[in-house]
Design a protein. Structure first.
Length: 272
């Protein structure tokens, strides 16, 4: 007599991450994805980064011409339009420029305004206050003035005198503020230190909007600025580092007092 074995059907095991998640959640749908798919970096950004690396490593120096677009496209093995977009990025950053009438781009140094613009944006985004900028100026400006007193040239003194006289004669607040910034920057030129020059330029640009308000609102602001400038010029003429340091410190402290008189709060955030 034959004995038949009865086939008992068994439920198939649920496999995969979705099944496991479904079991854990009691059969509910899986939650929405936390991350988006990773996108590949565009080719033009890689081309731009490669050229920038050659510039920063000084393989390509200031004034060196770049190869034509077609040559660059062949070297990178990309479309010419990709190279063109990469060059636009580099030109916007101030790392390359096209001289007037020239067909080819050349390597260039970013202008101080470009550096200051980036610094200004960073300070605004980090919610830096006026008093923080003022504290930085109190550290930097007196020492730069002392350095300038020992390194200035006769031509530097002439430039400082011209800037100060132009400030005296300028009735417009916005232009007057540019001349005040120009005076500070010329002190940096006298100091012959490029790092300090760039730092001073950035700080002056950050203070410009609120300084224009202060010059308009405080009647004695102009006369006090002129008096300090004349004392600083005299100290530089005499190569008196200590006197230059002292008067520059007084000058910067005067800015803070002027802001307080103008009703600008020390903790007010800098703006563009």
């Amino acid at each position: 007599m034959s004995t038949r074995t009865k086939n008992v059907s068994r439920p198939k095991a649920r496999r995969g991450v979705a099944a496991a998640a479904d079991q854990e959640s009691g059969g509910l749908a899986a939650p929405a994805s936390l991350f988006e798919p990773v996108e590949r970096e565009p080719a033009y950004t890689r081309v731009s980064a490669a050229i920038e690396a050659k510039i920063l490593s000084r393989v390509l120096k200031d004034g060196d011409p770049l190869p034509p677009e077609l040559d660059l496209a062949q070297q990178f093995r990309v479309h010419r339009s990709t190279v063109r977009e990469a060059l636009r990025q580099l030109e916007s950053a101030g790392l390359v420029m096209r001289p007037q009438g020239a067909k080819r781009l050349i390597v260039s140094r970013p202008h101080a305004d470009k550096v200051a613009s980036g610094m200004r944006q960073a300070l605004v985004l980090h919610e830096v206050s006026f008093v923080e900028v003022w504290e930085a100026m109190m550290v930097i400006e007196p020492e730069v003035a002392a350095m300038a007193a020992t390194r200035r040239t006769p031509g530097d003194i002439d430039t400082l005198v011209r800037v100060s006289q132009a400030f005296i004669a300028e009735p417009r607040a916005d232009v007057a503020v540019e001349l005040v910034a120009g005076f500070f920057e010329q002190i940096g030129v006298c100091a012959r230190n490029k790092v300090l020059m760039l730092a001073k330029h950035s700080l002056a640009q950050v203070l410009a909007p609120s300084l224009a308000v202060m010059v308009d609102r405080v009647p004695q602001a102009r006369s006090r600025i002129v008096a300090a400038q004349q004392k600083i010029i005299a100290a530089l003429q005499n190569r008196d580092a200590e006197e230059a340091r002292k008067w520059m410190a007084k000058h910067v402290r005067d800015f803070k007092r002027g802001y307080e008189v103008a009703g600008i709060a020390p903790d007010a955030l800098v703006s563009i």
